[in-house]
Write a protein that binds this ligand. Structure first.
Ligand code: FAD
Length: 443
């Protein structure tokens, strides 16, 4: 740890992407008061870091100081009558969700990892359990407090600094450091009744997802092996007025689950896992689940993440428009049959939004495909072929998830990419906010 004459301390931290393609020793500042955010000289390259649970290196990069905001996690205001909460940007989504739940309110968009920070949710414009119904995080942000090294402290909302406000969403830290946010809440149900509908393939999955577009929770799990590709289950949850028996609250999923010594997701391991999930979950039925457990089902998935071992894993997530859905699924099935990649899961979600800037949004069905041993030749060949297929079928990539994307691919995949980039960089003409993500994609 070193302390500068201006009073800020820096520590060296070894950080890596989830697929281990990028590893860096990074200088990290952990400010715990606002004046320490200001103390970094304005010409020093930096990038905001929330909890660091992004799959890609979005909050660190060579030559930039990561400003980790975890100490800024206070509740600043709560309007229980109108359903508004103001929190510092380092507050974790799981903590905020549980606080408002105790008062009968909920956050409509909550990503899968309970430790994602509010700042990280805004800067990646995350989606929750049914983006087709609830949109993305930006739809619930009323106002922001932002620190810009060149312009100081700013308030931003649709009525004040509106362009900066818009740029902060899916802005990946480029439009300034979000320090606090006011979020709009929705009344919370007492519990969810979650129904399971088995599907034989991804075509059936589309029909079931579309038929339940209005459900508050809606997502699918699918087998990724060639032999059973796409079979799985769609889970949809409806609000229930009867309280569910409260599940014993376990600890939140850690930021990085300690990897097992070797990768468990060999072909035999993947087969065993799929057989277990198929037996346990892929049957029609329903259960009553308390709201907190429904929001963070991944808290029970430690063994799944640890099982990737020291090599980690990669996730490609593409949003496929309805018009090219059948062609995409045909192509995906053919690629899986040809490459036989070690896919550990395929997850499906329905979207019905207007893509803004670089955000992961649009109309269609998104597939998240997770693969073990990301650097093995077979996996890389499959990922390259998947990217080519996705481009051909006009799918949209999720920049915060897939570390295998390059600058040329995202320019081809996201219409209006250059305009969106220019709108972001207008707030940072000197390129002070930079990360490995902004370097790789030339953001
Ligand atoms: C198991 C798992 C499940 C997930 N499920 C979902 C899901 O369902 N839906 C979804 O959309 N995503 C999901 N994600 C992705 C995750 O929600 C996002 O990557 C989110 O951005 C992580 O928040 P963070 O605080 O860790 O951000 P970080 O990883 O620290 O940073 C992410 C980006 O936000 C910027 N940033 C962070 N804080 C600030 C700030 N205060 N001001 C300005 N910029 C800031 C960083 O510079 C960086 O560009 C999941 C991730 C994991 C590991």
């Amino acid at each position: 740890m070193s302390v500068s004459p201006r009073g800020y301390a820096l520590a060296d931290l070894d950080l890596s992407t989830f697929d281990r393609s990028t590893r860096s020793t990074v200088r990290v500042q952990r400010p715990d008061r606002y004046r320490l955010l200001e103390s970094l000289p304005p010409d020093v390259p930096r990038i905001a870091r929330g909890s660091g649970v992004s799959y890609v290196a979005a909050s660190f990069g060579d030559g930039a100081i990561s400003q980790e905001l975890g100490a800024f996690d206070r509740l600043l205001g709560f309007d229980a009558e109108h359903g508004l909460v103001t929190v510092e940007a380092g507050a974790r989504i799981g903590d905020v969700a549980r606080f408002v739940l105790r008062h009968g309110w909920s956050l409509p968009v909550v990503p899968g990892h309970p430790r994602a920070s509010i700042g990280g949710c805004i800067a990646a414009d995350v989606h929750g359990k049914n983006p087709a119904r609830d949109g993305t995080f930006r739809d619930y942000v009323e106002a922001l407090g932002v620190f810009d090294p060149l312009h100081g402290w700013l308030q931003a909302s649709p009525h004040e600094n509106a362009e900066r406000f818009a740029a902060c969403h899916a802005g990946f830290g480029i439009a300034g450091t979000i320090v606090h946010a006011t979020l709009r809440l929705a009344p919370a149900p007492a519990a969810y009744t979650i129904r399971r509908l088995p599907v034989a393939n991804l075509r059936e999955a589309r029909d079931v997802l579309v038929a339940h577009a209005g459900a508050p929770l809606l997502y699918g799990w699918h087998d990724g092996r060639a032999r059973h590709f796409g079979r799985g289950v769609i889970r949809f949850g409806l609000e229930s007025h009867e309280a569910a028996p409260r599940a014993k609250a376990g600890a939140d999923l850690p930021v990085q689950v300690a990897p097992w010594r070797a990768c468990a997701w060999t072909p035999a391991g993947i087969t065993a896992m799929n057989a277990w999930i198929h037996h346990r979950w892929c049957r029609a039925g329903s259960s009553q689940v308390d709201v907190a457990s429904a929001l963070f089902p991944l808290n029970d998935a430690r063994a799944y993440y640890g099982g990737f071992g020291p090599e980690g894993f990669v996730e490609a997530q593409w949003l496929v428009p309805y018009a090219t859905y059948d062609a995409f699924v045909d192509g995906l099935e053919a690629l899986v049959a040809k490459h036989r990649p070690a896919i550990t899961l395929v997850a499906s979600k329905l979207f019905d939004g207007e893509p803004e800037g670089l955000a992961f949004d649009g109309r269609g069905i998104a597939f998240a495909i997770q693969l073990a041993r990301p650097r093995a030749t077979t996996q890389r060949a499959f990922l390259d072929a998947l990217t080519a297929l996705a481009l051909e079928q006009r799918a949209r990539p999720n920049l915060i998830k897939d570390a295998s994307l390059d600058a040329a691919t995202v320019r081809q995949a996201i219409s209006g990419f250059e305009g969106a980039r220019a709108r972001l960089r207008a707030f940072d003409p000197q390129g002070l906010h930079r990360s490995d993500l902004t370097r790789r994609l030339d953001l």
